[in-house]
Write a protein that binds this ligand. Structure first.
Ligand code: ADP
Length: 526
């Protein structure tokens, strides 16, 4: 007997963030929306239950007399409860500000000071003594000292209202609040939906903290397409056996995350990774997937759909590109494709003119309906990146200057090659550290590599490399690696020092932590 096809999810134009994510509740109320891992078993929340939970939270929020635009800080990992809470905030026009519980107290306070939330709600722990601080769970919001009630202004939430504010690490170290409207995030979701990554009944494992917009991509990809999101508990992610157990128990069909989530499993339990029963798709984002690890993953899981997703918090993802299986041996840069539906990636030179020729590096600018509104409380920083379209200056249309560099390959697709702001002048020559890193990774004994720029003793910029050798490395020394660089690049490009280390540090989002590596150099030099 043939199974009856499940009814599709119907999306209306102009949906709010919460309406988009709960659209499946109308046609597929009994399908799983969130699949959590708890004590070795799965806990399923259906779309109907998720909608009910969101409605309960919305009624709770109504008690506080908040106005559209008032912020609600949500200190939590991704869970059925936190998803319901952010949906509730969204339905009432209250921008949510997600903050991970692992965020150091000082940074949390900075974000709170900048965002000035009306409510600051944690999933666990004591509610806190400050005004507006409280706890949420089981559909209830408990705030011992509620904020002063304000007269409610009667108006409907519009698509241009803010859906959320995400504070990024920012290269300067000062958190910048990326303000996203309902219209932008939903435009992005629609572009992603057109890629047909998932279908009804699929389960998307989400490994990023809620404060990293990658988690909102996961939630949108799953719920928007009638599939379920399966949050991987952050504490288990570091342990390959536990990580894979979560994937098995929640029957994950897709796994989204930064490349580093795969490192330990590839190294220590490749057999178990090869045997995962349901896994069909992996989507990665945030930094380049080291090609050696990527090829290893492809060998273990032939036929798996691997998607390289490029973007930044300011636009969510801008493109999705399928990695060829197997990846040809001569590939040195992964393709990031072209913009997703509705987004045009312009490649411009330093004068703002289009780069037409193959192989010539330019900076990427995004024309897209999915751009941020601006940086919270920082008009100057906003104006530096949301700029008048250099190709259509009279239109007044703003585009996002990404700061990311790329070139076009023979097929016309883009290949990412580093950030403009990480380019440095070494003895008067322009150097892109990502190119040096790539050279090191081409050495057969190198498993991972990071190249950092720091200020040397004479005040000049210097390059230093940190390298993790692959497990079967044959006695390679630091000097061999430097010599290997010198064989194919001018002396100013080769790192002055190469250090072999056991592992590379990663930041809270799982990306290589260049700041910590730089600090290590400075401490060692002192
Ligand atoms: P942060 O700057 O705090 O890490 P983001 O997550 O917004 O915050 O980082 C976005 C940046 O990450 C992009 O501008 C780009 O430099 C890099 N990036 C994102 N996706 C990819 C990718 N698929 N390949 C290479 N680099 C990427």
């Amino acid at each position: 007997m043939r199974a009856t096809p499940a009814p599709a999810v119907t999306h209306r134009p102009d949906e709010r963030f919460d309406e988009f994510l709960l659209a499946a509740a109308a046609t597929l109320p009994d399908q799983p929306a969130v699949v959590e891992y708890a004590d070795g078993a799965q806990r399923v929340t259906t779309f109907r239950r998720l909608r009910e939970a969101a409605e309960r939270y919305a009624a709770e929020l109504d008690r506080f007399g908040l106005r559209i635009g008032d912020r609600v800080m949500v200190v939590s990992d991704t869970s059925a409860e936190s998803v319901a809470l952010v949906l509730a905030c969204s339905s009432r026009g209250l921008p949510f500000v997600p903050v991970s519980p692992e965020t150091p107290a000082e940074r949390r306070e900075t974000i709170e000071r900048l965002a000035e939330p009306a409510l600051c709600l944690s999933a666990d722990g004591a509610p806190g003594a400050a005004v507006g601080h409280g706890r949420f769970g089981g559909g209830r919001i408990e705030v011992p000292r509620p904020p002063v009630r304000r007269k409610r202004l009667r108006r409907a939430v519009t698509p241009t209202d803010t859906a959320y504010i995400i504070f990024t690490s920012g290269t300067t170290g000062r958190p910048k609040g990326v303000v996203m409207s309902h219209r932008s995030v939903v435009a992005f979701y629609r572009g992603m939906l057109a890629e047909e990554f998932v279908s009804v009944g699929d389960r998307v494992a989400s490994t990023s903290p809620l404060q990293f917009d990658f988690s909102l991509l996961d939630i949108g990809m799953a719920l928007g397409g009638g599939a379920a999101v399966a949050p991987v508990p952050r504490a288990l992610l570091r342990w390959p056996t536990r990580f894979l157990k979560v994937l098995r128990v929640t029957r994950a069909t897709h796994v989204n995350g930064v490349p580093s989530i795969w490192r330990q499993s590839l190294r220590h339990i490749p057999g178990e990774l090869a045997d995962l029963p349901d896994l069909r798709g992996v989507l990665f984002c945030g930094e380049e997937f080291p090609l050696g690890e990527l090829r290893h993953l492809q060998r273990l899981r032939p036929g798996i759909r691997l998607i390289n997703c490029y973007g930044a918090t300011e636009s969510m993802a801008a493109s999705f590109a399928e990695v060829p299986d197997p990846l040809p041996d001569d590939v040195t840069h992964l393709s990031i494709g072209a913009g997703h539906q509705g987004t045009d990636i312009l490649l411009l030179d330093a004068e703002g003119a289009p780069v037409g020729r193959e192989g010539v590096v330019g900076e990427m600018y995004l024309r897209s309906p999915a751009l941020m509104t601006g940086y919270w409380g920082d008009a100057e920083a906003t104006d530096a990146v949301l700029v008048t379209d250099p190709l259509e200056p009279r239109s007044g249309q703003r585009v996002l200057r990404t700061g990311d560099l790329a070139y076009r390959d023979a097929a016309g697709t883009l290949r990412f090659c580093g950030r403009r702001d990480s380019q440095v002048q070494i003895r008067g020559n322009r150097v892109e550290p990502a190119e040096v890193q790539r050279r090191l990774l081409a050495h057969p004994d190198v498993g991972e590599a990071a190249v950092v720029v720091y200020e040397g003793p004479d005040g000049d910029a210097e390059l230093s490399a940190f390298v993790v050798l692959s497990d079967d490395a044959a006695g390679t020394a630091e000097s061999d690696l430097r010599a290997f660089c010198l064989r194919s690049m001018p002396a100013y490009m080769a790192p002055g020092v190469v250090r072999i280390v056991d592992s590379l540090p990663v930041n809270q989002h799982g990306k290589t932590d260049h700041r910590r590596l730089r600090d290590r150099l400075l401490t060692d030099a002192a």
